[in-house]
Design a protein around this ligand. Structure first.
Ligand code: PLP
Length: 308
């Protein structure tokens, strides 16, 4: 389906995406005053079903972002969830998609307004971010610090936060890297511009804690659970020093959009064997079985869209 044929859920209606218009003077347009979720749904050919991964968790995080931003929103959890299913169904996709669900500050107010807010939900066809046969990405440590809870909380999934991501990502690309790793204001490893980070050292899987200036990532939690419960790995959440990136055996980014991406170089130092590591591979294989609905044990994390 071409982009302009797509249907979007916009302020309560289902309309062609080109017809969805936002007031240029609204606080969302002027100041990035919005909160959002990026979800994914995976097509399962045998089941003829499009499964949304961890829909409940995304809706819960969206409600928390609305609360922290003090937005007045008329939508409850059930409505937010049903609206996602409704617009996915309406587009009749039979392929993997990403779904952007955004609550935005509309009207003619300022950055300090609490209302009126409204919502759009846009499903967009999207395959794997990084093909499985790609070796991995080269990163630098950013010269920009990650935003923090004293100024702009990375826990709030708000549009404006991504301007910090932008500064880091653009700097990395200007300097010939694929992406960047942020340190927080304590100088500890935080996260990527749109992902959380895991490292492996001597067989132990390590990720920065949720107090390390990170988004409380749904993929990160998923990996912590499956690494411990399904793969029997030794897992720890703790602060990570910059130099641990240089001597890690494996590093990968994770997130709904990026999925699982091996990092094979940091600041021009080779990570491990300069290819996807064994632990990364095991996690990646199980993750994709789960999201695609091939693991019965984890089907409770999936919401079917066509057979509801
Ligand atoms: C800054 C940042 N960190 C982490 C993540 C990963 O979060 P999740 O796994 O919930 O998609 C994202 C995803 O968009 C992100 O933007």
């Amino acid at each position: 389906m071409t982009n302009d044929k797509r249907l979007i859920w916009f302020k309560g209606d289902i309309i062609p995406v080109n017809e969805a218009k936002i007031n240029v003077l609204s606080p969302t347009s002027q100041f990035g005053a919005n909160v959002f979720e990026g979800l994914r749904a995976y097509w399962n050919e045998a089941d003829k079903e499009l499964y949304v991964f961890k829909l409940e968790e995304h809706i819960n995080r969206l409600l928390k972002s609305i609360k922290m931003m003090r937005f007045e929103s008329q939508y409850d959890a059930v409505f937010l969830k049903n609206s996602v299913i409704e617009i996915v169904k309406a587009n009749k996709y039979q392929e993997d998609i990403t779904i952007r669900q955004t609550i935005f500050l509309d009207g003619f107010g300022s950055w300090a307004s609490a209302s009126p807010t409204d919502m759009f939900i846009a499903p967009i066809a999207k395959g794997r971010q990084y093909p499985p046969d790609k070796i991995g990405i080269e990163c630098c440590v950013s010269s920009w610090a990650r935003i923090n809870d004293k100024s702009m909380s990375p826990k709030i999934k708000m549009g404006a936060n991504y301007m910090n991501s932008r500064m880091g990502q653009m700097e990395a690309m200007r300097n010939g890297y694929d992406s960047t790793i942020f340190l927080n204001d304590q100088g500890k490893v935080s996260e990527g511009p749109g992902s959380c980070i895991f490292i492996v050292r001597d067989g132990q899987l390590i990720t920065p804690p949720i107090t390390a200036s990170i988004l409380e990532s749904i993929t990160r939690t998923t990996i912590l659970v499956i690494a411990r419960n399904d793969l029997g790995l030794d897992v720890v959440e703790r602060d990570v020093d910059r130099t641990e990136l240089y001597i890690a055996d494996e590093i990968f980014f994770c997130g709904t959009a990026v999925e699982i991406v091996p990092v094979v170089g940091v600041d021009k130092l080779v990570v491990g064997d300069a290819k996807k590591g064994m632990i990364t591979s095991r996690i990646e294989d199980l993750y994709f079985d789960i999201v695609r609905g091939l693991s019965d044990k984890h089907k409770c994390w999936l919401t079917p869209t066509y057979k509801v």
